[in-house]
Each structure stands twice: as structure tokens, then as C-alpha cells.
Design a protein around this ligand. Structure first.
Ligand code: AMO
Length: 448
């Protein structure tokens, strides 16, 4: 390992010699003094060099020759080059950036950057995506993925402490897992395979397999041609499934506790940085989250003056914004479970209400106006499951491998799927999941 000190650790060190390494963010090359702002993955620090502009070769001693060389090197530094600097750390309250600076003794350009940086602060989102590795170097963008790490770690901790088993289900499948629309087909030797749209069938399989409770964080693929701010063709899906639920209510309780655990951890670790870089005071939601049946939610939205088009029985994006606004005004809450969706707009595997098969034991979770999750109790009774599949126009023979799970003793169970980038987008009040996805994939984006 090299001996460089991360910028974030400098504050705790006494004045003295240090080595730091990172990218050149700015250079202020003044007549008598030069300042370089150097950024590494942990923060930024000011480097300073008393400029030695002229060298008299006759009288030059080794020390002044070195000082002259450093001055020349700094004058030639390109923005974005990666440099390593050894110098004297000095704590000085007058330095705005962190109250310290490093006086340069020697400097090495480790990797030079092209002089023209292809993106600037005002570049379009699309251009920034073209140069995503440079875009991500910015502290705000970089922070998103540190938040993601903290969030996922808290989710995993929540689950592991409650005996959930982590699974990794295959992403190459022989059939569709959600709907035949939005399905990517790939050549598979002499046949065809499909990219998994969700771990749905396989997380359910863990129930008759005796796992009890499972979770997965993994890729999901949807051949969705739309160009919205919330859809990607590949996204990270956070899934959970658990045995012995009485209804979707049990799933919602786990789901809301999980989100509180995740957001609490993010606030504790990054609250100050989020306030500084995003201008947001992150709120930890209170428990329980409000629950509103879909029919009632539609009525509330209609009473607010927005009528969801009749052709669309689901909440549409404006309906989601309206119900969220209502919940915020009425309960001061950022989340709402919209429950009891009509079976006509839910997949065949959702359990229907006992006594009213037109409704399902299901929910969508809406966060600050956008759906982040779908959850449900599953139908575990094979006869009803086959009937519901047929009703949806599915061929039970094609689903034989899945239906077999239900022929050998499957406990009542339920779970949810949640899009990671959507949660982060709404948490940080960003406008597109392109911002909260490490490398976005959409209908016209397969690069970088
Ligand atoms: P659903 O299809 O609603 O449900 O997906 C669950 C959640 O995944 C995210 N999501 C997406 N994110 C980005 N781009 C997309 N194209 C995209 N599609 C979905 C959303 C959505 O709420 N198997 C069920 C879940 C379950 O019942 O357990 C399912 O996949 O945040």
C-alpha cells in the first residue's frame, strides 16, 4: 500500500509532513503564490506553493532548483490530472476549505488529463451521461452512491437480524416473469432465453424450499421503450418475500420498518452532507405509513379536481402526485401505501380478497409522488392459481415449473419489489433515475 493520507483524515493529524493524492480541481497561479485545490474520493484540500519564478543558474542551490521545478509543474497542471503531493500540513483557521493547507515540497503528475474537459457544470444530463465517470467525480454525484451503500447496508442489516436469507436468482429465464410485453429476448445456444424482469417466481420458490424469509438485491430488465424520468431498461430491484403472512398488511409492516431503518442510517451518516449538497433536510418517516385503498385514493384525487382517465384503472403519474400531496397535507407524511388494487390490473399471482375476487391483497408504495414499490400476498392455492393464470390468458403449461412449487406444500406468503434508483431519486429530490443510477440503461443508451 502507498502512504498517502486521505483528505478526510488530514484534520485529525498534527502539523507535519504528509502525502496526499487526487485530482486537480482548480489552480490559482498567482505571481507570488500558487494554490491548487486537490480532490480525492474523501474530500478536497488546498495546496499552496510560494512561487519561485526566476532561477539564476549561477547561484542556484539544490533547494531553489527544486522550488523552481515545482512552480513550473504547477503552472503546467491540467484540470483533472491525478497528482501526488508531499508537503507540510498546516492547520490555519483562515483557510476557508477545512481550516488547513499543505505546503508543497514535491509534486508528481501520476496521470495527466487532456486539457479540454468534455463536460462542465451546465452540461446537459445526456452529455453528462456520456462522460459519466467525470460526472461522478463531482462531490454531489459521488455522494449519491455513498448514500446508496449506507442505505443498502441498513436494509441488509435489518433483514439479517430477522433471519432473512439472501438469495441470488438467475437472470436468464425460459419464460417471462412479469408480462410478455417488456421482455428482452436473447439468443441462447440453439434456442431463446429471456432476461429476468423480476425475481418474482424464484423468490416465491424459496417458500416451499423452506427458507422462510428471503431478500435479493439484483438486476431486473424491462424492454420498456418509454423515455420517462422513472423508467430504465435495466434497474436494481430490491426484493423480499416471506412465509406466514396473514395478508398484505404483514408485508407492509416489514416494508415500512425496513425503509425507516434505511433512511435513519442515511440521515445519521450523511444528513449534514445531504443538507449541504442537495439543500435537503432529510426526514425519517414516522410509523405507521398511511394506508389508503385504491378506490378511496381515486376518490380523493377526483375531489382534488383531477380525474384519472377511465381507460387507466391504475393510478397514473398525476394521480400519484395528487394522492401524495393529499397525504402530505393531511398527515404530514412522505409515504403512502395505496392498497387493494382491482384484480383486473394485477398479475395472476396476487391473492384476491376472500369474498370479493374483484380486489387483491396488494399495494403500491408511493414516495413523494412516485411509485417505488409493488407488494402483495401471493395466491398459494394451486387450483385458484391455475384458474387466475388462465383468466389472464396465460398457458399453465408454460408456467409448469412455477406451478409445481405450489403442489408440494407452500405456506401462505407475500413480498414486494422496490426500485433502488427510484427510492434514491425521491429521497434526494432528484428529477430522474439517471442521476441515481450508476450507469443508466434506456432505449437509446447502452454506453458507456
Ligand atoms: P413492479 O413491476 O411494480 O412489480 O416493479 C417493482 C418496482 O420496481 C421498479 N421498477 C422500475 N424501475 C426502473 N425502471 C423500470 N422500468 C422499472 N420497472 C419497475 C419500481 C417498481 O415499483 N414482481 C413485482 C414485485 C412484487 O410483487 O414483489 C414487480 O416486479 O420501483
Amino acid at each position: 500500500m502507498n502512504n498517502r493520507t486521505l483528505v478526510k483524515h488530514l484534520a485529525a493529524l498534527p502539523d507535519g509532513p504528509v502525502t496526499v493524492a487526487g485530482w486537480v480541481e482548480t489552480v490559482r497561479d498567482q505571481k507570488k503564490v500558487q494554490f491548487v485545490i486537490l480532490r480525492d474520493e474523501s474530500g478536497a484540500v488546498q495546496l499552496v506553493n510560494p512561487a519561485t519564478r526566476e532561477l539564476d543558474p549561477e547561484s542556484a542551490d539544490a533547494a531553489s532548483a527544486d522550488a523552481f521545478a515545482v512552480t513550473e509543474e504547477i503552472s503546467a497542471l491540467a484540470h483533472g490530472s491525478f497528482i501526488s503531493v508531499t508537503g507540510q500540513l498546516k492547520h490555519d483557521e483562515r483557510v476557508k476549505l477545512g481550516g488547513l493547507e499543505v505546503k508543497i515540497a514535491s509534486l508528481a503528475v501520476v496521470a495527466e488529463a487532456d486539457p479540454e474537459t468534455p463536460i462542465a457544470a451546465d452540461s446537459s444530463l445526456d452529455k453528462r451521461m456520456d462522460w459519466r465517470f467525470l460526472d461522478l467525480r463531482h462531490p454531489k454525484q459521488n455522494l449519491i452512491f455513498r448514500i446508496q451503500t449506507t442505505f443498502l447496508h441498513a436494509l441488509r442489516t435489518y433483514w439479517v437480524e430477522r433471519d432473512f436469507v439472501e438469495i441470488h436468482t438467475p437472470k436468464l429465464m425460459a419464460s417471462a416473469s412479469e408480462s410478455r410485453a417488456e421482455l428482452f429476448e436473447v439468443g441462447y445456444f440453439d434456442g431463446t432465453a429471456y432476461l429476468a424482469q423480476s425475481p418474482q417466481f424464484f423468490k416465491q420458490m424459496a417458500q416451499p424450499a423452506g427458507f422462510g424469509k428471503v431478500f435479493e438485491v439484483g438486476p431486473a430488465f424491462r424492454a420498456d421503450p418509454s423515455f420517462t424520468s422513472r423508467h430504465a431498461t435495466e434497474f436494481t430491484s430490491i426484493d423480499a418475500e416471506m412465509s406466514w403472512v396473514d395478508s398484505h398488511e404483514d408485508v407492509m409492516q416489514m416494508h415500512e420498518e425496513l425503509l425507516v431503518a434505511g433512511i435513519t442510517a442515511v440521515k445519521e451518516k450523511h444528513g449534514a452532507e445531504i443538507a449541504e449538497l442537495f439543500g435537503i433536510e432529510l426526514e425519517v418517516p414516522t410509523l405507521p405509513f398511511p394506508r389508503i385503498p385504491l378506490a378511496e385514493a381515486k376518490q380523493i384525487v377526483a375531489d382534488r379536481g383531477y380525474v384519472i382517465p377511465r381507460t387507466d384503472e391504475d393510478m397514473d403519474p398525476e394521480g400519484e402526485r395528487q394522492i401524495s400531496a393529499h397525504v402530505k397535507e393531511t398527515y404530514g407524511h412522505d409515504f403512502v401505501f395505496v392498497t387493494d388494487y382491482a384484480s383486473s390490473i394485477r398479475p395472476f399471482y396476487h391473492m384476491r380478497h376472500e369474498g370479493d375476487p374483484s380486489l387483491t391483497n396488494s399495494y403500491d408504495l408511493i414516495y413523494n409522488g412516485v411509485e417505488i414499490s409493488t407488494g402483495a400476498q401471493r395466491e398459494h392455492r394451486i387450483d385458484l392459481l391455475v384458474e387466475q393464470a388462465k383468466e389472464k390468458g396465460l398457458d399453465p403449461e408454460e408456467l409448469e415449473f412455477y406451478l409445481d412449487f405450489f403442489r408440494y406444500g407452500v405456506p401462505p406468503h407475500g413480498g414486494f419489489g422496490m426500485g433502488l434508483a427510484r427510492v434514491l431519486m425521491l429521497m434526494l429530490e432528484e428529477h430522474s433515475i439517471r442521476e441515481t443510477t450508476y450507469l443508466f440503461r434506456g432505449p437509446t443508451r447502452l454506453l458507456p
